[in-house]
Each structure stands twice: as structure tokens, then as C-alpha cells.
Write a protein that binds this ligand. Structure first.
Ligand code: BG6
Length: 472
């Protein structure tokens, strides 16, 4: 089997890390707009208001809001077949629960999609990427509250109806499983746990609300346009057993359970034994409403999208050192190198991940995030020789092609995370760059925002031109 002829090569972004224009044309405040930038290695502070004289990276992002034409032209020059972006709910419903949508916000995305379609680039839309109108946190307690199911479905219907002839590929929640495996409930659900809160039950219930919202969105979307293709989106924490000790194998399997929890509900339409045993192991419970089972059974996905950056190990031994990752961590593997941020580089892990997901779900997969966050140094003539990026991507794409050609995994496409430099979700930094296109901006927000091509720009262009043959 070969890569499909219409393989969706491209890149992926998120509104809160890229758009900027944080209060323009009627947009409301989001949970990201109150998350401060931080010094390298420090945690970002969050309040539910904007503090004077503080720096907030999302306010300007890297200014896609004003420069989308220039950026999409550069993506087109690389030959992108697809471009993943998220919609900012607060640009459409500034408070999240407004009665009528904000026309200026809707128009912005109309322009963006038109620009993509002009170049034959397929827009791939995430409805919720670590973002929520701040008002919904203050008024309802965010995803703790069932009310968000109704409000989010109304938002989704508005979007899907408006863009029904422009967008075909949708994802509901970015890395939805990170609510369980990360320590970022703010990003995932607008939640900062209260001191006496029952964290387990809050987390399980918020996840249930998102799963019902996701299924209802799919049900409503298919009514709007039966050709819509919906995916769930998982952070895939590829995990190996630390040793051949059988208990280590169980530990590695357990590490994946919270991820399969979300994949199972989305693909199989129910809480499977994996989900139920996980709930039991936590000693938690979920409150169902009448009809929830039927909603989950009907609102299943067409494809499974996932992000892949690193792998880790798990075991019962005490000497396993922790390695970092995106919103999650795993044990250190002596066979792997790591990035400057301590994420373990494992191209074969991508092939393993594709196989594990395809074995389990047997529906098309879509890699919607992969890449390396690195410090790029400008040379004297102003260029960037990002050979480390080319090396990382080349090896991962090659492993991906092995999964398709040798293992017959059905794959829709491959998108590099942050094809243009954007703000880091985890740290708020600019110095952690993923792009083929450099943006002149630093960690304190200084810079011209000018765009320039890195060495990897032409390299990726050639990969797309040859449908991956150039690196085989
Ligand atoms: C994923 C997110 O977890 O990893 C992105 O979906 C994020 O939003 C990406 O940017 C890379 O993480 P970071 O922290 O390096 O930006």
C-alpha cells in the first residue's frame, strides 16, 4: 500500500497560540487571555482577570489575525494540502452564552477559509483547542457544569452551518485525553480545582460532559452536511515496558488506559470495559442523564486524529527517571535522545503508535501534530539552518510511511505542529519553535513579527511535492 494520492500533507495550529487580535472585532476574553508568560523553566500564572503591566502571550500570538493572507500564501508555496486551525469560541460568542453570534468573528474565519480554498488547501478545523470564553468559567464553573454541553453544541452548530460548504474535516476537542493524563485542567476544561473539591469526580464528570458534547456535535453536524468527516483527537503517549518483567508490561498497558478511554467512547460509542475499570480504579462515579447512552452510541467518529511527539517507558521498578512530554510525561529510555525540552525523540514510536491505534480502532487515522520544539539561531545572513528539525521530521515521516506501506495502516494525512512559529502551549515561550517559517518575536513579546523561511521550508516543500518519495 502507498500513501494516498490525496494524502493531506500540511501543518497544524491553534487559535490561542497563533491568532492574537485578542479583543478585536468583538472577541471576548478566553481562559488563555489570563494566562501569563513566564521565564524559561517557570510555571505560568493564571488569574481570572488581566493584571496590569504583565505579559500575556496569547494577546498577540504571532498575529495570524492580521497576517493570515501572507501566512497561507507561504503554506501554499510549500504545497500544503491541508491546514489545521482552531476556532476561538469567544470570537463567535464573546461570553459563550450570548444569544446571537458575533458576525465580525464569523467573517474572519470566512476570509481564512476562502484564502485556503483559493490555493486548494483543505481546512481542518478543531472546535475546542485548549480554549473557552472566560465568562463560562466565572458564571458556570466551566466544564464541571452540564450547561456547557448545550452551549458548546450551539456554538458548534453555528460554526458548522456557516462553513458547511467550506470545511469537511472537523475535530471536536484537542487532545481530549489530556484532561486525565496532564496537570493542565485549565487548558483542558477551564478548571482550577478548589481546595476541597473531589478532583476525581470533577474530572470524570467534566470528561463526560465533553464526550456527550462531542457526540451531539457529530450528530448535529451530520444533519447539516452528511459529508462532514469527524475525528476525535488524542495525545498518544506511546509507552514501552521498562523491562521484560511481566508486571512492567501491565504498567505500560495501564499508562494507555486513560487515552483509550476517550478513543473507545468516540469510536465504539460506549464506555467499554477499559473505561469502566479505569473509573473503578479511581474510585469515582459519573452522573448520566437519560439518553446519554443513545447519544454516545450515535455520535461516533469517522477517523481518529492524534498528536505524537515522544515516547516513554513504564514499569514497577523504582529507578525509572522521569522524562518530559507535551502535557504528560513518561519514564526515561536509555536508547533515545531528547530535545532541548527533555522530550524523548523516537521515530519508530510513531510507527508503533499508528499500529496500536489502527489495530484497536480499524478506522482511518490522521496525524495532526508532530514536530520538534527547538531554539533556532539566526545566522549572520539572517537564515536558519535547522538541520535538527529536518532530521527529526525526516525520520518520523519515514517511520510513518513504513506504517502505511509495510503495515497497511489507513492514514489520511500528516500535519507538522506549528508550521510557522507560534507561542508554546506548555510554557508560553517563543524560543521553543516548531516552524518552517521564522517569526521575529521573543519571549517578552518584542520583535517585528516579520516572517522568514528556514532551511526546512524548501525541504518540506520537496517532501510534499514527491508525496514522501524524496526521503525514502
Ligand atoms: C500539544 C498541543 O499538546 O502539543 C499544542 O495540542 C502544543 O497546542 C503542542 O503547542 C506542543 O507543545 P508545546 O508546549 O511545546 O507548545
Amino acid at each position: 500500500m502507498k500513501l494516498r494520492n490525496n494524502f493531506l500533507w500540511g501543518g497544524a495550529t491553534a487559535a490561542n497560540q497563533y491568532e492574537g487580535g485578542y479583543l478585536e472585532d468583538g472577541k471576548g476574553l478566553t481562559i488563555n487571555d489570563v494566562e501569563m508568560g513566564a521565564e524559561h523553566g517557570k510555571k505560568r500564572e493564571i488569574h481570572d482577570f488581566i493584571q496590569a503591566d504583565s505579559y500575556y502571550p496569547s494577546h498577540e500570538g504571532t498575529d495570524f489575525y492580521h497576517r493570515y493572507k501572507e501566512d497561507i500564501a507561504l503554506f501554499a508555496e510549500m504545497g500544503f494540502k491541508s491546514f489545521r486551525l482552531s476556532i476561538s469560541w469567544a470570537r463567535i460568542f464573546p461570553n459563550g452564552d450570548d444569544v446571537t453570534p458575533n458576525e465580525a468573528g464569523l467573517q474572519f474565519y470566512d476570509h481564512v477559509f476562502d484564502e485556503c480554498l483559493k490555493y486548494g488547501i483543505e481546512p481542518v478545523v478543531t472546535l475546542h483547542h485548549f480554549e473557552l470564553p472566560l465568562n463560562l468559567v466565572k458564571k458556570y464553573g466551566a466544564w464541571r457544569n452540564r450547561k456547557l454541553v448545550e452551549l458548546s453544541v450551539r456554538y458548534a452548530q453555528t460554526i458548522m452551518d456557516r462553513y458547511k460548504n467550506k470545511v469537511k474535516y472537523w475535530m471536536t476537542f484537542n487532545e481530549i485525553n489530556a484532561l486525565f493524563i496532564s496537570s493542565a485542567p485549565w487548558h483542558m476544561a477551564g478548571i482550577l480545582y478548589q481546595e476541597n473539591e473531589d478532583k476525581v469526580n470533577t474530572m470524570l464528570q467534566a470528561a463526560h460532559h465533553q464526550l456527550v458534547a462531542s457526540a451531539l456535535t457529530i450528530i448535529e453536524g451530520k444533519k447539516i452536511n452528511p459529508d462532514f468527516q469527524f475525528g476525535c483527537m488524542l495525545l498518544y503517549p506511546c509507552t514501552y515496558a521498562a523491562t521484560c518483567k511481566p508486571e512492567d508490561q501491565i504498567a505500560a498497558r495501564n499508562k494507555l488506559l486513560p487515552t483509550y478511554y476517550f478513543g473507545d467512547v468516540h469510536v465504539k460509542g460506549k464506555y467499554t470495559n477499559t473505561c469502566l475499570s479505569y473509573i473503578e480504579s479511581l474510585g469515582g462515579k459519573i452522573e448520566f442523564e437519560l439518553g446519554d447512552d443513545a447519544i454516545l452510541a450515535e455520535g461516533v467518529v469517522d477517523y481518529v486524529a492524534f498528536s505524537y511527539y515522544f515516547s516513554g517507558i513504564e514499569g514497577v521498578g523504582e529507578n525509572i527517571e522521569v522524562a518530559e512530554g507535551n502535557l504528560s510525561s513518561g519514564g526515561k529510555n536509555p536508547y533515545l535522545d531528547m530535545t532541548e525540552w527533555g522530550w524523548q525523540i523516537d521515530p519508530i514510536g510513531l510507527r508503533n503508535s499508528l499500529n496500536s491505534l489502527y489495530d484497536r480502532y480499524q478506522i482511518p487515522l490522521f496525524i495532526v501534530e508532530n514536530g520538534i520544539g527547538a531554539i533556532d539561531e539566526l545566522t549572520e545572513d539572517g537564515t536558519i539552518e535547522d538541520n535538527y528539525r529536518i532530521d527529526y521530521l525526516e525520520k518520523h515521516i519515514s517511520a510513518m510511511i513504513d506504517a502505511v506501506e509495510k503495515d497497511q495502516v489507513d492514514l489520511l494525512g500528516y500535519q507538522v505542529w506549528g508550521p510557522i512559529d507560534i507561542v508554546s502551549a506548555g510554557t508560553g515561550e517563543m524560543r521553543k519553535r516548531y516552524g518552517f517559517i521564522y517569526v521575529d518575536k521573543d519571549d517578552l513579546g518584542r520583535g517585528t513579527l516579520n516572517r522568514s523561511k528556514k532551511k526546512s521550508f524548501d525541504w518540506y516543500k520537496h517532501v510534499i511535492e514527491t508525496n514522501g518519495e524524496s526521503i525514502r
